[in-house]
Structures are given as structure tokens and as C-alpha cells.
Design a protein around this ligand. Structure first.
Ligand code: TYM
Length: 373
């Protein structure tokens, strides 16, 4: 299989443009030396934890980008990471259910199993094997410094598992197994992405250039860090945030409206983004994304508003309009577990074919196992 070009030095972003001659979407890649080429071969990968409690931050920061990626990705690969979910205390009898919840949310949000590869992490054994192989080029000090490890280990009551420390190595394996160029994520994953890039570079330096692709993150300009509506200096999160301040993708319209109307705002009445106005800034960003306009356009539009009440009303309406259809489709899709299982199995077959190719090269370069080629 032809290997996609390396993405080292690539600046992701910029609009997709249509190339009339080939009549297929092309994408500008700017390389470290400054040259720009238009290529169609952009391999996209991202992962998401299995929970039915996906929230507005996940939706805006990540899921919307996954849906867009389907038109550019060659292929776009999305993985529901059940093996990451076992690094903290969890309920084994519920894990599969939550995985189906997430699968159904992603499909309801617009992922089309015919246009992307959607699969369950544990179905593709190459992830865990590559995780172990990459541990040989991952420094323990780097893992210890990860903010997510520090925060999550503080939250564990009984056991801080070594899996929690190893979490970013498995995450690196997820992406590197596919030689993906681009990883759509929210701002909170920047540190893990940096670590992954270091691991890939170190691997290539030690075992052979061009074996692994050094991927780029794709973090949206607006909405990369949606904040808790009750504590707008903390990111929205189902584990670390407040119940009232977290809008779930599956919340009914009344609940969404209630949570948004009770959002904590700031002193003053001006509707504009500012560092000392975290609550209002967050609402402006949410409204901008939900309406598909810039935050500046929202500020402009809100000039004639009578106060924060108008802003909240507009945000509630726009968010209900954005999430309502997802919730309705979810209700249709979720009951058919056999179909969800079939979609995941088909995705795992396609994913395995790609990952096993990388693993053969990695094992060979590392001198592990019988000679392969
Ligand atoms: P998870 O499931 O916690 O989050 C999924 C995605 O949602 C983004 N996100 C947010 N974006 C904006 N505002 C917020 N408040 C917010 N909260 C979460 C996250 O940045 C993420 O993109 N470690 C990953 C899962 C993972 C992964 C991977 C991601 C495993 N392997 C490989 C990329 C590539 C995680 O915990 O996602």
C-alpha cells in the first residue's frame, strides 16, 4: 500500500478548496521549508471516550470536526477508546452499553460508516502491541508531567493505576498505527499530541526515518475549550465540571434552556469577549459556532441586545437547534444494537488492514519477532 506523505512541519488549517481538474477535494499542506502543496491524501484520526454523557464541549471541540473530516480524510478514522476508559475506576457491566451510546451519538451527529472508518479500539489488537513497542522510546518523566495524569490521579480514591500513567502512550499508538497526518481534538489534548509527536520523532531517529508519520493536531479556532456554564474558568467536563454547567448532547430542549439561562455571567452589561468576562466570552463562542458565524459577528449582532438575558435566549435557541436533531436521530439509532455492532466490526476490519501494515514495518525495524519481509 502506498504510504501517505509525512506531515512533519505541516501547518493544518485553511479552507478545503476544490481542484477542478481532478474534481476532488484538495488540501493545502505547508511543509517545514515553507513550500505549499495541494494534496488529497490527508489521513485523519481521532479518538473519543465511551460515555453516553458526551457534552457540548465534546460536540463543538471535536465531534463537529470529525464530521467535516469525512470529506477530506483519506480515510478519516474514528475510534471509540474503551481501553482508555479502564484506566480509572469504571463499571465493567456498563462499558459496552456506554460504547454503544457513543457510537450512536457519533452516527447521529453525522458520521457515516460508508465515508469514514468507525471502530472500537479493543477490536484492533495492534493498538496495544504498538503501545508496548513505543514505550521503549517514551520517557517516564514526560508521562509524569502530563497535566491530565496529575489531575486524574488526584481524583482516584483507591488506586492510581499504571494504565493512567501510560494513557498517552496508548493514545500515541492509536494515531501512529495509522500513519495519520491530522488529529482533530480540543485544546485539552494539545499536550498529549506534543508527546505523541516527540515519540514518533524519537522512534524514527532510532529505528529509521519515515517509518512513522509525525502527526499534527487540528484544534478549532473557536470552541476549542468550551467552559463550564456555572464555573466559566473551568473547562466543561462530565468528570471535573458541575452538573448544572454541563450541557449534554442528549439533554432535552427544556434542560438545555434551563442550564443556559442559569449560566453565570459577569459584572457589567456589555456583550463582548474579554479576559475578565469568561462567562460572556464562552456564551459568545458557543453562539458563534452554533450559528456558523465568527464571534465578532455575534458581538455585532448583540449590540442592540437589552442585556445578558437576550444573549442567553439566543444561545439557548441556537444550541437547541444544533443538538435537537442529534438527539432525535440518536433515539432512532441507539436501540438497534446489532446494527451498531455490525458497523463497529466492519470498521475494525478496515482499521486492522491499515494498522497491521504499520506494525509489520515497526516490528521489522525494531528486530522484534521473525523476519517479516
Ligand atoms: P475525550 O473523550 O475526553 O474527549 C473527546 C474530544 O472532546 C474534546 N473536548 C473538548 N473540546 C472543547 N471544549 C471542551 N470543554 C472539551 N472537552 C473535551 C477533547 O479535546 C477530545 O478531542 N484522550 C482523548 C481520547 C483519545 C484520542 C486518541 C484523541 C484516545 N486516543 C487519539 C485523539 C487521538 C480523550 O480523552 O477524549
Amino acid at each position: 500500500m502506498e504510504r501517505p506523505p509525512r506531515a512533519e512541519g505541516l501547518r493544518s488549517g485553511g479552507p478545503a478548496i476544490r481542484c477542478a481538474a481532478a474534481d476532488r477535494r484538495q488540501w493545502p499542506l505547508t511543509w517545514a521549508g515553507g513550500t505549499t502543496r495541494f494534496v488529497g491524501l490527508v489521513r485523519i484520526f481521532s479518538g473519543i471516550q465511551p460515555t453516553g454523557r458526551k457534552h457540548l464541549g465534546n460536540y463543538i471541540g471535536a465531534i463537529r470536526q470529525y464530521v467535516d473530516g469525512q470529506d477530506r480524510g483519506d480515510p478519516a478514522i474514528y475510534c471509540i477508546v474503551d481501553l482508555h476508559a479502564i484506566t480509572v475506576a469504571y463499571e465493567p457491566s456498563e462499558l459496552r452499553e456506554r460504547l454503544y451510546d457513543t457510537t450512536a451519538i457519533l452516527i447521529a451527529a453525522g458520521l457515516d460508516p460508508d465515508r469514514c472508518i468507525l471502530f472500537r479500539q479493543s477490536d484492533v489488537r495492534e493498538h496495544t502491541e504498538l503501545c508496548w513497542l513505543l514505550s521503549s522510546v517514551t520517557a517516564i518523566g514526560e508521562l509524569n508531567r502530563m497535566h491530565q495524569f496529575r489531575d486524574k490521579s488526584l481524583a482516584q480514591r483507591e488506586l492510581v493505576s499504571s494504565g493512567l500513567l501510560f494513557y498517552p502512550v496508548l493514545q500515541a499508538a492509536d494515531v501512529l498505527a495509522y500513519r495519520a497526518h491530522e488529529v482533530p481534538v480540543g485544546e485539552d489534548q494539545r499536550e498529549h499530541l506534543e508527546l505523541m509527536r516527540d515519540v514518533a520523532r524519537r522512534f524514527n531517529a532510532r529505528y529509521g526515518e519515515d517509518i512513522l508519520v509525525v502527526p499534527e493536531h487540528r484544534i478549532p479556532e473557536v470552541g476549542a475549550r468550551i467552559m463550564d456554564l456555572q464555573e466559566p474558568t473551568r473547562k466543561m467536563s462530565t468528570t471535573g465540571g458541575t452538573e448544572e454547567g454541563t450541557v449534554l448532547v442528549l439533554d432535552d430542549p427544556k434542560t438545555i434552556e434551563k442550564k443556559i439561562k442559569r449560566a453565570v455571567t459577569d459584572s457589567g452589561t456589555e456583550i463582548r469577549r474579554a479576559p475578565d468576562k469568561p462567562g460572556v466570552s464562552n456564551l459568545i463562542d458557543v453562539l458563534a459556532v452554533a450559528r456558523g458565524v465568527s464571534p465578532a459577528a455575534v458581538e455585532e449582532d448583540m449590540r442592540s441586545a437589552r442585556g445578558y438575558g437576550d444573549l442567553k435566549g439566543a444561545v439557548a435557541e441556537a444550541v437547541v437547534g444544533m443538538l435537537g436533531p442529534v438527539r432525535e436521530r440518536y433515539a432512532e439509532i441507539r436501540p438497534d444494537q446489532d446494527r451498531l455492532e455490525a458497523i463497529l466490526a466492519q470498521g475494525a476490519d478496515k482499521a486492522s488492514a491499515l494498522a497491521s501494515d504499520t506494525l509489520a514495518d515497526v516490528r521489522d525495524a525494531m528486530g522484534v519477532g521473525a523476519p517479516q519481509r
